[in-house]
Design a protein around this ligand. Structure first.
Ligand code: M6R
Length: 359
């Protein structure tokens, strides 16, 4: 039930600190070792490439996961949209391993890929919130997201749970490969930072509501920009805004703006810039100046480490690899408040269903 909440979406946003704690408790044992099936790790150890297959928000969680697996488990990763990949399958690596990311476990676009993967006798894992779902039953292995039922059509806690569970698996795989970087990645501490950091942001709801009214409610277009991990995040931030507020939004690699899209910037065009990625920070600052010079109304969401005076939202400390777990939350709240202010049905946006069981 919604309890005291007007909408499931806000309830589910608020549940995210608890989801982080639950994932930590379930996947990290008291002695620090990880609760991940040995057979799964044995299979993954043989792989030379991971193929993450998903749709929508889960695809965006996969883009973040690529960074995590490549750094912590030292394995190349392709992230694929089920609807594209299934019918235009590229030449696969010699020893592929497939990871299906799906909140519902019922997404037809992902399932048709799994059917083909099974026909080829290739190993697979489904990461899902619904353990007895179709994708879970048909894959070789399953890992649970442990986010609890997600009712709002706009996915929130499943995204943050997916990034957390991807981190668990990446660390487990890196450890069986005896990689220093995996042993050193302090997952327990990071998930605690994630829980506390999300809490800090959800406690700033009133401020984020006011910023949303100031920047977005009356606008018809908006841009989210960032580099590296923030680029992956900006795609999810834009989807969330489109889906429930019906404001046209795009997520952009900050450096790509000047290759065309900057022509769309007019006086007061909202540009929300993310600065959590160290390697991209100074260049994104430059892009902010470029759009401001053309009249954009810029809202900056920056990590503590890279924040400058005047930045509107500060993201508490966390390893930047998993920073989207915290930095997505302002975008979830912005979408929520924009949808609410525009009188939309927040939990059931037009034209959409919670799980998409047709291709
Ligand atoms: O259940 P799944 O994770 O497979 O669903 C995938 C997408 O349909 C889903 O994430 C969709 O994009 C959400 N409504 C976004 O908020």
């Amino acid at each position: 039930s919604k309890g005291t909440y007007d909408h499931y979406m806000l309830k589910e946003i608020d549940e995210q600190p608890n989801v982080m704690r639950k994932i930590s408790q379930n996947y990290i044992k008291n002695d620090g070792s990880l609760n991940v099936e040995t057979a799964l790790l044995d299979e993954m150890k043989k792989a030379d490439r991971l193929y993450i297959v998903a749709a929508g928000t889960s695809y965006h969680a996969g883009l973040v996961g690529k960074n995590i697996f490549e750094r912590i488990a030292d394995i190349p990763v392709d992230v694929e949209l089920g609807s594209e990949f299934g019918y235009h399958m590229p030449k696969l690596s010699k020893h592929p391993f497939f990871i299906f990311l799906s909140q519902s476990g019922e997404t037809a676009d992902s399932r048709q890929v799994l059917v083909k993967v099974n026909e080829m006798n290739l190993p697979s894992l489904t990461m899902t919130n619904v353990p007895n779902s179709t994708l879970s039953r048909e894959a070789t292995f399953t890992m649970e997201l442990l986010a609890g039922p997600e009712i709002a059509v706009a996915s929130t806690k499943a995204y943050t749970a997916q990034i957390a569970v991807e981190s668990v698996l990446a660390k487990a795989l890196g450890e069986v490969k005896d990689l220093k970087v995996a042993h050193e990645f302090n997952l327990k501490e990071q998930l605690a930072l994630a829980a506390n950091g999300i809490q800090t942001i959800v406690d700033e709801k009133d401020k984020i509501k006011a910023l949303t009214a100031d920047y977005l409610t009356d606008q018809s277009d908006a841009f989210y920009i960032g580099r590296g991990i923030d680029y992956a995040l900006s795609l999810e931030a834009a989807l969330k805004l489109k889906e429930i507020s019906y404001i046209h939004a795009e997520g952009f690699a900050a450096g790509e703006l000047k290759h065309g899209t900057i022509a769309l910037i007019e006086k007061d065009t909202p540009v929300i810039a993310y600065i959590n990625d160290g390697a991209g920070a100074s260049h994104t600052r430059g892009n902010i100046q470029e759009v401001e010079a053309r009249g954009a109304h810029v809202l900056v969401i920056a990590s503590q480490k890279y924040a400058e005076p005047g930045d509107q939202i500060i993201i508490p400390e966390i390893d930047e690899l998993i920073s989207p777990i915290i930095s997505v939350v302002p975008a979830q709240l912005i979408a929520y408040y924009a949808s609410l202010a525009r009188g939309n049905d927040v939990d059931k946006p037009r034209n959409l269903a919670k799980s998409v069981t047709v291709e």
